[in-house]
Write a new protein. Structure first.
Length: 329
């Protein structure tokens, strides 16, 4: 069953803040941790954009993060991560490498492309994302909105509005898994009827409308049907579409285990969108471990990782459908 909020913030310690600019039709979503949490990233899209992702690779030193930034604006949005880094350092948060200097926050970021929407992008030499990053960080809380907000404000999902979605699962014994997604894929979240979500088998209750396909449904062999599915061919460019996701769990995972969690959770993209991981997308998924619940170190730990990873993929699929559902209500 879902956690109390059915949001990623059901994993205690995670907070989410969002800000967007209505004139620009773009925005920023910030996810914060109370300390350096073990983290990993798995990138499968053909046109990703971001910063500080390699710091999470297992062969490198740190392997964790203090905050994560998802942002619209393509590369211009990376200023939001700079803003969050500076603000956290000023608060005294980050790696305390030298007591005479500011601490060093680890703040990876991933961007989505929303520059082709109807918003005013004539910002000259002052893109709005630094300001939006500061505003989103100041807004972090356990409760947050879904749909066309934050980094998902200007997003599209196939031929409909995309947005921010989130979902969680309570696995019992204190094990919680939660997902947050910024959905902006070139593929569609809908089946051929343009009403039923691909993710419908994973829906809990009616969290994204409860619509079911009829019994005669067959997968449409044409993944880009002519009628409205992809009328804007300008979107078919590398990096012009993206799904960004983060999975968090209360399980205590090492760096290899949290990487496996990220890999397994990517399956949620494929459960909710068709096609996925295309040359035109920048699909990136981060995974975080709070370390609150010890799962041991023996064979049973691997079984728990498998269970958590499967739940994470389901949460990602549900979060994608919830993003689109709330954006188009």
């Amino acid at each position: 069953m879902p956690g109390l909020r059915n949001l990623i913030t059901d994993v205690e310690g995670i907070l989410v803040g969002q800000a967007h600019d209505e004139a620009v039709v773009s925005g920023v979503t910030v996810i914060t941790c109370p300390s350096l949490w073990t983290a990993a990233v798995d990138i499968r899209g053909g046109g990703p954009g971001g910063r500080e992702t390699s710091v999470l690779d297992a062969e490198n030193l740190v392997g964790g993060l203090h905050a994560l930034v998802f942002t619209g604006g393509s590369v211009f949005g990376l200023a939001a991560a700079e803003a969050v880094t500076v603000e956290l350092a000023y608060r005294g948060e980050g790696l305390k490498l030298n007591p005479q200097h500011y601490p060093v926050p680890i703040v990876p970021a991933a961007v989505l492309y929303d520059l082709a929407n109807e918003g005013d992008k004539n910002w000259g030499k002052r893109p709005p994302y630094y300001h939006l990053g500061v505003k989103a960080l100041k807004a972090v809380a356990a409760d947050f909105s879904l749909g066309s907000v934050g980094a998902g404000r200007g997003a599209m999902a196939g031929h409909v509005k995309g947005g921010i979605g989130s979902a969680s699962l309570d696995l019992g014994g204190g094990l919680i898994v939660g997902a947050l997604v910024a959905a902006n894929p070139v593929g569609s979240p809908y089946m051929a009827d343009n009403q039923s979500f691909w993710a419908w088998p994973f829906e809990i209750g009616q969290e994204f409308g409860g619509k079911r396909p009829d019994s005669s449904f067959l997968a449409n062999p044409d993944i880009f049907p002519d009628e409205g599915r992809l009328t804007d061919m300008a979107r078919l460019k590398g990096g012009a579409n993206t799904m960004l996701a983060v999975i968090a769990t209360t399980a205590k995972l090492n760096r290899n285990q949290v990487k496996r969690l990220a890999i397994m959770a990517q399956d949620g993209f494929a459960r909710a969108v068709r096609p996925v991981h295309t040359p035109f997308d920048g699909d990136s998924l981060f995974a975080l471990s709070s370390g609150a619940i010890d799962i041991g170190e023996d064979k049973m730990a691997n079984i728990e990782v498998a269970r958590i990873g499967s739940a994470a993929a389901d949460c990602v699929a549900r979060a994608i459908a919830r993003a689109v559902y709330h954006a188009n209500k």
